[in-house]
Design a protein around this ligand. Structure first.
Ligand SMILES: Cc1cc2nc3c(=O)[nH]c(=O)nc-3n(C[C@H](O)[C@H](O)[C@H](O)COP(=O)(O)O)c2cc1C
Length: 295
C-alpha cells in the first residue's frame, strides 16, 4: 500500500524519467524529461562497462548522500510541507545516509530543513538558492549551527517555476568568492553542467563541485551528468577539493561508475522521495539495503 496516496510519483518499476514527463511542478523535468531520461540511461552506457572492478561488483561505493529536495506539497504531493523535512531527515539518518537540505520560496522551505536537522542536533550540506549575495549571507547565518557544508545550487536561476517568484541570479566567480570567504565550513557549487561553468570553477576553486543538472529540472545544456563528468571530471578535480555528482543514479553499479569517473560522493534524489512516499521513513533503509546489495 502507498503511504501517501495523493503523491505525485507514479511509482514506476524503475525511476527512469518516462513516467512523469514534463510534470513540473511535480517529479519530472524540462525538455519533456530529456535530461532526466538521459541522466538515468547514461550510467548504463556500454562505454562505462569496462571500468575496473565493475563486472565483479567489487569496486567500493562512493559516499552516498540525500540530495537537497524542497517543495514537498507542489512537487511531491506530500501531506505536509514541514513534516516532509522531518520525515526525510529521520529516514536518511536511520539508514546512515549523509544529509542535505535545500532552499526555496517561501523561506519556510529552508527554515523547516534547518529545524529538522537542529531537532536532532545534526549537520548536513546546506544548498542555498542563488539569491543576491546579501540574502545568501543571511541564510548562511540561519543555517550556521546545522551546516557541515554550505553551497549554492547555481543552476537554479534557470528554474522555470522559480523565475517568476523570486529574483535569482546567474552567479559570477566574484560573487561566489565573497560567499566562500564568509563560509566557516567547506563551500560547494552545485549545478555545474555547462562549459561556461568550467571557467567559473577554474577561477573560484571551491572545496566541492557538484556536477548536476538538477535531475533534468532546469533549462540548461542537453545531456547527462555521467557524460559531463566523464568529459570534464579530471579537469574539475584539478580546480576543487572534491567532485560529486547526481542525476539518475539508481543502482550500486551506477554509483561505482560515478566513483570510477572521479566522484567522491553521489547524491540521490527521486529514489529516496519514492521510498518515503511508499513506506514512510523506514522505507529509506529498505531502499538502501536493496541498493547496496544489488549490482
Ligand atoms: C522534487 C525535487 C525537488 C528538488 N529540490 C531541489 C532544491 O531545493 N535544491 C537543489 O539544489 N536541488 C533540488 N532538486 C534536485 C536534486 O537535488 C538533485 O539534483 C536531483 O534530484 C538528482 O537527480 P535524481 O532525482 O535523478 O537522483 C530537486 C529535485 C526534485 C526531484
Amino acid at each position: 500500500m502507498i503511504r501517501e496516496p495523493g503523491s505525485k510519483c507514479h511509482f514506476c518499476p524503475t525511476c527512469d524519467g518516462r513516467g512523469c514527463v514534463s510534470e513540473l511542478p511535480g517529479m519530472g523535468g524540462v525538455f519533456e524529461n530529456a535530461n532526466f531520461i538521459d541522466n538515468c540511461a547514461a550510467w548504463r552506457s556500454a562505454a562505462y562497462s569496462v571500468l575496473p572492478g565493475l563486472s565483479s561488483g567489487s569496486a567500493e561505493l562512493p559516499r552516498l548522500r540525500l540530495a537537497p529536495i524542497t517543495g514537498a506539497l507542489q512537487n511531491i504531493g506530500y501531506h505536509d510541507e514541514r513534516e516532509y523535512y522531518f520525515e526525510m531527515i529521520e529516514g536518511c539518518l536511520d539508514a546512515g545516509l549523509a544529509l542535505s537540505i535545500g532552499d526555496g520560496y517561501p523561506d519556510e522551505k529552508l527554515k523547516y530543513g534547518i529545524e529538522a536537522l537542529a531537532a536532532r542536533s545534526l549537520k548536513g550540506a546546506v544548498f542555498v538558492k542563488p539569491y543576491p549575495n546579501e540574502r545568501i549571507l543571511e541564510r548562511m547565518e540561519w543555517a550556521a549551527n546545522v551546516s557541515e557544508i554550505v553551497g549554492v545550487d547555481i543552476d537554479s536561476y534557470a528554474i522555470v517555476t522559480m523565475r517568476n517568484l523570486v529574483n535569482l541570479q546567474e552567479k559570477s566567480a566574484a560573487d561566489l568568492k565573497e560567499l566562500m570567504k564568509a563560509a566557516s565550513v567547506p563551500f560547494a557549487v552545485k549545478g555545474v553542467f555547462k562549459r561556461s561553468d568550467l571557467e567559473l570553477i577554474r577561477e573560484l576553486r571551491p572545496d566541492i563541485v557538484v556536477v548536476s543538472n538538477h535531475g533534468g529540472r532546469v533549462e540548461t545544456d542537453r545531456g547527462s551528468t555521467a557524460a559531463f563528468l566523464s568529459a570534464h571530471g579530471a579537469e574539475l578535480a584539478r580546480h576543487c577539493g572534491e567532485v560529486w555528482v547526481d542525476g539518475g543514479i539508481r543502482t550500486a553499479r551506477d554509483a561505482r561508475i560515478a566513483k570510477s569517473l572521479g566522484a567522491a560522493e553521489v547524491l540521490i534524489g527521486r529514489p529516496l522521495i519514492t521510498a518515503l512516499l511508499k513506506s514512510g521513513p523506514s522505507g529509506i533503509a529498505d531502499w538502501l539495503a536493496n541498493f547496496t546489495q544489488g549490482n
